[in-house]
Write a protein of this length. Structure first.
Length: 242
């Protein structure tokens, strides 16, 4: 594991969000890991309902049922998206292989605080405790590979040989970390998507959407989670009615 260092990610403050779930605030970036109006609700809505579940509905509409769904997450962070994806896999009887990039992992003391009130804290802890840079079988239908690298460093030619069905683009906002939302990174993600795949994100910024469209994806605007007008999906296909 070769973590990057950046002092903007050094000070972490625990926050309780509107739906009672916990998240993190970074004072130096003046940014939160999730919506203050509800971390759990936002993750479920943007990444599970309009990521994994919408992708799976398209598969079923095409009469296809892949043996496993490969997910790439930009920003493991608190592990909340991964935790929800593991539970979705079990609930829907779909195998999920989950790769997550995280150059600035959160410390164990913060993991202990974040699990407060979660239904399955053992699963949450396991996601954080397993080794980096290798595949870990978490549950019969869920495998996790955490990679301690920045998206822009990780995508070498070798990495581009693997493609994904669903990308969770969950970086900090474009105004806070513009380098992560570069047109180059978005083009890389479009190349990393398999035909029929979808990139999903809370972000609805205009330049981001233009760059994603220029990268060849078909954009869908959806209503955002509470207190947010819109979110974005980018599909590598023409969509079928589902
Ligand atoms: C909005 S938070 C992620 C929330 C996370 N998905 C969760 O469920 O808690 C953004 C994450 O992106 C990570 N990050 C920062 N720079 C990055 C980069 N260049 N490439 C990939 N991830 C990055 C941050 O450390 C942070 O954990």
């Amino acid at each position: 594991m070769t973590e990057a260092t950046d002092t903007r990610f050094a000070d972490l403050e625990l926050i309780k969000t509107g739906d009672g779930s916990y998240s993190i605030y970074l004072p130096q970036l003046n940014e939160t890991y999730h919506s203050r109006h509800g971390a759990l609700h936002e993750s479920q809505y943007v990444y599970i309902d309009h990521g994994l579940a919408d992708y799976w509905k398209q598969q079923l509409a095409k009469g296809e049922r892949k043996k496993e769904v490969c997910v790439l997450e930009i920003g493991f962070g608190t592990g909340l998206n991964a935790w929800l994806a593991a539970r979705w896999a079990t609930a829907n009887d779909v195998a999920v292989q989950y790769t997550s990039l995280e150059p600035y992992p959160i410390p164990p003391a913060m993991v202990a605080k974040l699990q407060d009130g979660l239904e399955d804290p053992a699963l949450f802890n396991q996601l954080h405790k397993v080794a980096w840079d290798e595949w870990n079988a978490i549950r019969p239908l869920f495998s996790l590979r955490k990679v301690a690298q920045r998206l822009e460093d990780w995508t070498t030619a070798q990495q581009l040989e693997t493609q994904y069905d669903v990308i969770f683009y969950d970086a900090f906002g474009p105004s806070k970390q513009p380098e992560v939302w570069s047109a180059g990174n978005l083009l890389t993600c479009a190349q990393l998507l398999l035909h029929g795949g979808v990139l999903t994100t809370y972000c609805a910024q205009g330049q981001f959407r233009r760059d994603l469209k220029a990268a060849g994806l078909t954009l869908v605007k959806l209503p955002g989670p509470p207190h947010k007008n819109e979110m974005t999906q980018g599909w590598k296909i023409k969509l079928l009615p589902s």
